[in-house]
Design a protein around this ligand. Structure first.
Ligand SMILES: Cc1cc2nc3c(=O)[nH]c(=O)nc-3n(C[C@H](O)[C@H](O)[C@H](O)COP(=O)(O)O)c2cc1C
Length: 348
């Protein structure tokens, strides 16, 4: 198992050149700071406080595309409302590229509260049923809704568009040939859409799951799936892991063995595609010393949640301490909180 670096960075990383040429992303996060389906002042302040020239791009998370479905009641909906432009402008004003992750589930989707599901193969089987019930033309309509959402987001001022093809949400099912027999066609449409967004001057990324967490399913076809995604025109492939209703420990790794295998799996995909850029997350800063290849950028989430100044020189040792309070949905709460904010007198 690899040695996990101490958290005495980023100064140490900068001194040794580990961070040189690597971009830092604040990866997708659903804060729950939402009122009547729209981000509220808490949302704007949260991202304003965390944006700075040290952060390349902040990707606001899990924003529901027009006519789409949220993963929980506090997921924000993308509309014409001016709040979206305000968020993009606040992030850009601090020196960070404003990014947005677009997503949808389906009408009766229910996120699991527990961290590990009981019947993993049943989730895979119901995923295939959902794809079948949507059908080929329904799947293409979903891609059109992503296009509509991306165009709206670009009009609001977002400069990085990410499509959420991970965690068992609808797009992750539609693009995986092991779940959807028409996945090739869906990926072709999505690739055309991505090229179109790039031609408007924005960066584009797709987030996928390296594994679902269902052991039998994960045994076969994973490399082929990752290679198919890597051959799309997206500028960045954001490598997450896990399906929400199978094993959330893969999505937010904390156990050293899970952190370590996520790193190994990320590096394996990135080394097969040296000309493609990847975003690596899952305690990424702690493992940045293991990144030899230049095509792997850092995606950070819980450290920046815990400490808005995490990327500033001298405070890098004050990141996430795995106290798990941020998992508000699993804890039956409405919005994000962090045990360290309480310790530090509400330093949100
Ligand atoms: C409270 C919370 C909410 C999250 N929401 C999202 C989300 O909306 N979309 C997404 O793709 N990932 C989401 N994630 C996963 C993170 O983007 C990230 O991949 C994960 O936390 C691992 O990175 P880290 O170790 O730096 O936290 C969330 C994570 C946390 C802790």
């Amino acid at each position: 198992m690899k040695k996990i670096f101490s958290q005495r960075f980023p100064e140490m990383m900068r001194d040794t050149g580990v961070l040189k040429n690597r971009l830092i992303f604040f990866v997708g996060l659903n804060t729950g700071y939402v009122t009547d389906g729209l981000p509220d002042d808490r949302y704007v302040e949260f991202y304003r406080r965390r944006s700075s020239p040290r952060l390349h791009c902040a990707i606001i998370g899990n924003v529901v595309i027009p006519e789409g479905h949220g993963s929980n009641p506090s997921t924000p909906m993308l509309t014409q409302d001016k709040i979206w432009g305000r968020i993009a402008a606040e992030i850009a004003d601090q020196g960070t590229v404003p990014g947005i992750q677009l997503a949808t589930t389906w009408p009766d989707y229910q996120g699991m509260r527990s961290f590990v599901g009981q019947d993993h193969e049943a989730v895979i089987s119901s995923s295939r049923d959902i794809v079948m019930s949507i059908g080929r033309s329904g799947a293409l309509k979903v891609i059109s809704a992503f296009e509509e959402g991306a165009n709206l987001a670009i009009d609001h001022g977002f400069r990085h568009i990410q499509v959420h093809g991970a965690h068992g949400y609808l797009l992750s099912l539609l693009i995986d040939q092991r779940i959807n027999p028409h996945a090739d066609e869906v990926l072709k449409e999505l690739s055309e859409a991505a090229s179109n967004w790039i031609s408007k001057g924005v960066d584009v990324s797709i987030r996928i799951s390296l594994r679902t967490g269902a052991e039998n399913f994960d045994l076969y076809g994973g490399d082929e799936f990752n290679d198919n995604i890597a051959s799309t025109p997206f500028n960045y492939i954001d490598l997450s892991s896990g399906f929400y209703n199978i094993d959330k420990r893969l999505i937010y790794p904390s156990r050293p063995d899970i952190v370590s295998s996520r790193l190994d799996e990320t590096l394996a995909v990135a080394s097969r595609h040296p000309r493609k850029d990847f975003i690596y997350s899952g305690k990424a800063m702690s493992n940045a010393g293991h990144l030899a290849a230049d095509n792997v950028h850092l995606g950070i989430c819980r450290d920046i949640i815990a400490n808005p100044d995490f990327l500033n020189v001298g405070v890098g040792d004050r990141g996430c301490k795995n106290r798990s309070k941020c998992h508000y949905f699993s804890r039956g709460m409405q919005s994000l909180t962090c045990a360290l904010w309480e310790d530090n007198n509400d330093d949100k």
